[in-house]
Design a protein around this ligand. Structure first.
Ligand SMILES: *[C@@H]1O[C@H](CO)[C@@H](O)[C@H](O)[C@H]1NC(C)=O
Ligand SMILES: *[C@@H]1O[C@H](CO)[C@@H](O)[C@H](O)[C@H]1NC(C)=O
Ligand SMILES: *[C@@H]1O[C@H](CO)[C@@H](O)[C@H](O)[C@H]1NC(C)=O
Ligand SMILES: *[C@@H]1O[C@H](CO)[C@@H](O)[C@H](O)[C@H]1NC(C)=O
Length: 318
């Protein structure tokens, strides 16, 4: 078995034997057994399927798995020491959509700890990617601006084409997409929007912290306000989408804004594939195979919530 520990040892040995030049080259070797943390959040108060106080929608787990990574659930309401240990064991973090308070919830508390750890790690040359979807996007904007600059928009259940910016073509995220798919994202209504709050271009442009941190890759409008739909950080492997790539292949509620077309599903896969390829650049690993096994999502069973529910299956945690 080729365990990450063995791989890292090999790199260390190569470093000692061959000097720093090769060491750098070798340390960029891709981690082909990436593990991504998906953050849980407080259960919806009206969720009659809830079996515990927090959940992860299974669609986010499938989304990551579809692109060749395994998932570790990151539970809320843990100590900072536990989060540090998880951070040092996983290769990337996904902040999912949902419906919690992004300033006072346990979701936001945990997300902030990881965000700060990721800033520091990346500054020290330890490449650690973060992906935020919908609420995750909003949460990242609050951390960077150090305040909530969101505004209400009429975007609760609508599929939109992305209005790509000049910078989109050369962005790390979209550069990895097939050309025809990027064209479809620009031409077809294939991105699912299910949000009441948005980061308007106006507030983004007026805030120096956000403007310096994130490159805007696409915008959208509710007819009144132009808001950011996709962005990536200039100097950090942080990515944020206000839309829901995981819904097209993995959620089936029958309502406007849900799209299952070939290109919608392809777009979903390419976002996941890109994020996982970023996580492959990280070399964190669990302290032992047993610790890794204990942490994986396979230890939990998703609960089927009915065919026409917003999340068809959820994982629940105490
Ligand atoms: C879900 O959370 C609510 C609080 O929002 C709580 O009252 C309820 O007991 C929780 N459900 C379960 C099954 O724990
Ligand atoms: C966990 O939740 C309980 C109840 O909400 C709270 O009292 C406690 O401080 C929380 N612990 C952590 C580490 O956040
Ligand atoms: C800008 O942010 C403030 C919160 O600081 C919010 O009240 C306002 O609606 C936002 N305006 C726009 C146009 O986004
Ligand atoms: C498609 O997107 C446009 C915005 O470019 C929007 O006005 C329209 O309502 C969308 N159509 C559907 C069916 O969602």
């Amino acid at each position: 078995m080729c365990r990450p520990t063995a791989a890292v040892l090999a790199v260390l040995i190569a470093c000692i034997w061959s000097g720093p030049g090769l060491c750098e080259q070798r340390s960029q070797q891709l981690n082909t057994r990436p593990i991504i943390g998906v953050l849980a959040q407080e259960n919806l108060s009206d969720d009659k399927f809830a079996r515990g106080s927090s959940y992860i929608a299974a669609s986010y787990v499938k989304y990551i798995e579809s692109a060749g990574a395994r998932v570790v659930p990151v539970r809320i309401n843990r100590t900072e020491e536990e989060y540090v240990e998880i951070f040092n064991s996983i290769n990337g973090l996904l902040l999912p959509g949902g419906d919690v308070d992004i300033q006072t919830s346990q979701f936001s508390r945990a997300a902030k700890i990881f965000y700060n750890l990721a800033l520091r790690a990346n500054d020290d040359g330890d490449y650690f990617p973060i992906w935020g979807t919908c609420q995750g996007f909003q949460q990242l904007s609050v951390f960077t601006a150090n305040k909530n600059l969101l505004t209400l928009t009429d975007t609760k259940a609508v599929a939109l084409p992305l209005k790509l910016t000049q910078g989109a073509q050369s962005s790390r995220l979209f550069r990895s997409f097939p050309k025809d798919l990027l064209q479809s994202l620009a031409d077809e209504n294939i991105t699912s929007n299910f949000h009441s709050w948005s980061l308007s271009m106006q507030n983004f442009s007026r805030n120096a912290k956000l403007r310096r941190f994130y490159k805007v890759l696409s915008t959208n409008s509710d007819g009144k306000k132009e808001f950011i739909s996709t962005m990536e950080a200039y100097k950090y492997p942080f990515y944020a989408v206000q839309w829901h790539p995981e819904k097209s292949p993995f959620e089936w509620i029958d309502k406007p804004g849900m799209v299952h077309s070939v290109n919608a599903v392809r777009a979903s896969f390419h976002t996941a594939n890109f994020f996982v390829s970023e996580a492959m650049k990280n070399q964190h690993y669990f302290s032992s195979p047993a610790e890794e096994e204990r942490a994986l999502i396979y230890n939990f069973l998703p609960v089927y919530r009915g065919i026409n529910t917003v999340f068809v299956q959820n994982y629940y945690f105490d």
